[in-house]
Design a binder for this molecule. Structure first.
Ligand code: NCD
Ligand code: ZN
Length: 349
């Protein structure tokens, strides 16, 4: 048996959904995480401060008894978002960030931004007040190969935007390429990136070899092995610009196992176990805390959590359920394809 103690983790990119699905998944996050940046891509999306306030209340109402968890709310940027509403939400402390989805880039992004010019007033206001923009960094043009969409986004959207509004703080979310890692490392200010658990573990073979495996399909889609290795190197580096955003994105099995399956991988329940495994493999357990618990709050201007959790390595592998049951239907749990030996002491999965 081996123990390590770290500050309680936070998740800087999470989908909690709503209604029965929210009730079914929230406990898997609140068991291990103190806070999470909650994505606003509901149907309809969380667009105004009033929407976010109501959603936050639904999240808190769904928390299991005895759990304490702080949802950090985001607004879904549309071409008609009101800069004053964004500013009021931010200054009241309710809204932590604005989320930009290029229209059509991913699940529930049809209300996203088509013409960036229309989003400029909000982005300029955010730069003035020091508010962070969370970006889904993929172009959507049909002639761009899906595996190139992140790299092309950096070149054609992100870099020009940063040149135009240098004071805008940007989180490149769920980066999947060495191009993104290099771009973030080359920046001198106002840029950081979240990395998911699953992109540290799978490459695109997981989705396609031996049959189509919908439970490994997410967006941005996993890339080839050299990119996974670049993400691992960034995550374990201790570099403050890289931190955990699980992008745990539950969909019921029926919505994934069909002719046109949804993008999203559900990892909340075993993310910490998977990460301890990855960091141990990389001889970097001493830098796990930076990735899960220190770099994210520093970037978002929040204190690190005071509470500590102990992670324990067991001789026998843990047993996680293959699926969780929610009131909305079963949701398949991410299978890292290796046995997991680490768990969080005192928490039963
Ligand atoms: C997310 C979802 O299901 O909402 N899916 C995903 O594959 N990550 C949307 C997103 O973050 O792109
Ligand atoms: Zn996401």
């Amino acid at each position: 048996m081996q123990d390590i103690t770290i500050r309680r983790p936070d998740d800087w990119h999470l989908h909690l959904r709503d209604g029965d699905m929210l009730k079914g998944v929230i406990g898997d996050t609140s068991r291990h995480f103190a806070r999470a940046i909650v994505m606003p891509n509901l149907v309809p999306p969380v667009v105004t401060t009033a929407d976010a306030k109501a959603y936050r209340e639904r999240i808190l109402a769904a928390l299991p008894q005895g759990h304490s968890f702080e949802p950090l709310m985001t607004l879904y940027l549309t071409e008609t978002t009101d800069p004053d509403d964004v500013q009021r939400g931010f200054e009241s402390g309710l809204i932590r960030a604005v989320k930009l989805y290029p229209a059509g880039a991913t699940t529930n992004s049809q209300s996203g931004v088509r013409n960036f010019e229309n989003a400029m007033p909000v982005l300029e206001r955010m730069a003035e007040i020091g508010m962070t923009l969370c970006m889904h960094g993929e172009v959507t043009a049909s002639d761009v190969d899906i595996f190139d969409r992140e790299a092309v986004f950096i070149e054609t959207v992100l870099d020009p935007l940063r040149a135009r509004v240098p004071e805008l703080r940007i989180t490149m979310e769920h980066v999947t390429t060495s191009d993104a890692v290099e771009y973030v490392k080359a920046s001198t200010k106002n840029l950081a990136a979240s990395i998911t658990t699953h992109h540290l573990i799978i490459n695109r073979n997981a989705i396609l070899v031996g049959g189509v495996r919908p439970h490994y399909y997410c967006l941005p889609v996993a890339k080839r092995e050299k990119h996974r290795l670049a993400l691992r190197a960034a995550a374990i580096s201790g570099d403050g610009r890289f931190f955990l955003g699980t992008d745990s994105a539950p969909h019921v099995d029926a919505a994934k196992e069909c002719g046109c399956g949804c993008a999203g991988i559900y990892t909340s329940i075993n993310t910490i176990s998977c990460l301890a495994h990855v960091f141990e493999q990389e001889n970097a357990l001493d830098r796990l805390e930076a990735f899960t618990s220190l770099n994210g709050p520093a970037w978002y201007g929040l204190p690190a959590n005071e509470a500590r959790v102990t992670l324990r390595k067991h001789a026998e592998p843990l047993v996680f359920p293959a699926k969780i049951e929610t009131g909305a239907g079963p949701v398949t749990v991410f299978d890292p394809m290796f046995p997991l030996h680490w768990d969080v002491v005192g928490s039963i999965a």
